[in-house]
Design a protein around this ligand. Structure first.
Ligand SMILES: CC(C)(COP(=O)(O)OP(=O)(O)OC[C@H]1O[C@@H](n2cnc3c(N)ncnc32)[C@H](O)[C@@H]1OP(=O)(O)O)[C@@H](O)C(=O)NCCC(=O)NCCSC(=O)C[C@H](O)C(=O)O
Ligand SMILES: [Mg+2]
Length: 297
């Protein structure tokens, strides 16, 4: 987690072609919104959806109904598609917080998008997010994630695309995601190695909120920063699951206070309530407290 920590607990897709859904944005308490030009938009509507971007961003709320600033990201069509290049330029022109590239297979896909942005926009302007949703992306995940260590690459976040992964691999999509979990854990590991945020895939069964809440709890335990969502009803469970619990915040405070005691100055390891606590735990506790402060937990 960096100084500029931004919560990405709840990241809601909103199809750029759905006016009713777009009208709801300012009333939602999600941490980020992805305006989708890709799979949620039918081929016949792609150009019209792209042309709506400028209007969507012109009316972008500074803060939502809950007084929170919500990141606004655009998912473009793949650069290799007939819409990708024009989508990328139109999206970047709206100055979104990020552009999400789908169907990334290799680092080259991100570097090519970065080159287009560098030729047309300031180096520290729009950031890139990458969908990890193809078998090739999983095989190349380490080298893709390494780009996160180079600010010039603009890469800041991975998003898992479990629907495409199921489609391309043929694994069975079970409620407990047992055949996907090894790949999801690989994504988390790679994201951490690259200093990236890692957001979990969607749950298609948007009417079963109990199952969704359980999936969020499991994803948080797996190390994800948040979850992508398809329906506003999913926001609350995601915000809850990816926020530090009251108990975790209390424990982090104890660790921080213990290391602040004069008797522990300079110590690398102390005993606290019968447990060994090292300075690495202090770092962990400080991160958790910063996260809790950022989200008002
Ligand atoms: C899934 C839906 C098609 C369901 O829509 P609908 O039947 O209209 O739901 P409701 O009647 O319950 O909606 C209630 C109100 O909420 C608004 N709404 C619904 N969804 C959204 C949304 N995503 N953002 C904002 N507002 C939303 C409705 O307009 C209703 O409003 P009102 O009538 O005024 O009360 C629909 O939810 C939907 O389209 N969801 C998004 C789908 C999407 O974006 N899919 C693409 C991304 S997922 C993906 O691609 C995964 C990845 O790439 C992978 O490979 O896994
Ligand atoms: Mg997909």
């Amino acid at each position: 987690m960096t100084d500029s920590y931004r919560p990405r607990r709840s990241v809601l897709y909103v199809p750029a072609s759905n006016d009713k859904a777009l009208a709801k944005i300012a009333q939602l308490s999600c941490d980020a919104i992805i305006i989708d030009l890709e799979d949620a938009v039918a081929p016949a509507d792609k150009v019209a959806a792209r042309e709506k971007l400028a209007g969507i961003f012109a009316n972008r709320p500074v803060a939502n109904h809950f007084g929170q600033r919500c990141e606004m990201v655009v998912r473009v069509n793949a650069l290799a598609s007939e819409w990708g290049a024009a989508d990328l330029l139109a999206a970047a022109g709206c100055e979104p917080d990020g552009i999400l590239l789908p169907k990334v297979d290799t680092p080259r896909d991100l570097l090519e998008a970065g080159d287009v942005l560098d030729d047309n926009f300031a180096p520290d302007s729009v950031k890139l997010w990458a969908m990890i949703e193809t078998p090739k992306a999983l095989l190349n995940i380490g080298t893709i994630a390494e780009l996160g260590r180079d600010p010039a690459s603009r890469l800041v976040c991975f998003v898992s695309g479990t629907n495409d992964l199921v489609k391309d691999t043929g694994v069975l999509a079970t409620p407990d995601r047992r055949y996907l979990v090894p790949w999801l854990m690989q994504m988390v590991l790679a994201a951490r190695a690259g200093g990236l945020d890692m957001v979990d895939g969607v749950s298609n069964d948007f009417r079963d909120l109990d199952a969704f809440a359980q999936e969020c709890v499991e994803a948080a335990a797996m190390g994800f920063d948040g979850k992508t969502l398809i329906h506003p009803a999913q926001i609350e469970a995601a915000n809850r699951a990816f926020s530090p619990s009251t108990q975790a915040v209390a424990e982090a405070r104890l660790v921080s206070q213990a290391f602040a005691l004069a008797e522990n100055t300079g110590k690398g390891v102390i005993a606290l309530n019968g447990k060994m606590v090292e300075r690495l735990h202090l770092g962990q506790a400080e991160k958790l407290l910063a996260k809790a402060a950022a989200i008002g937990a």
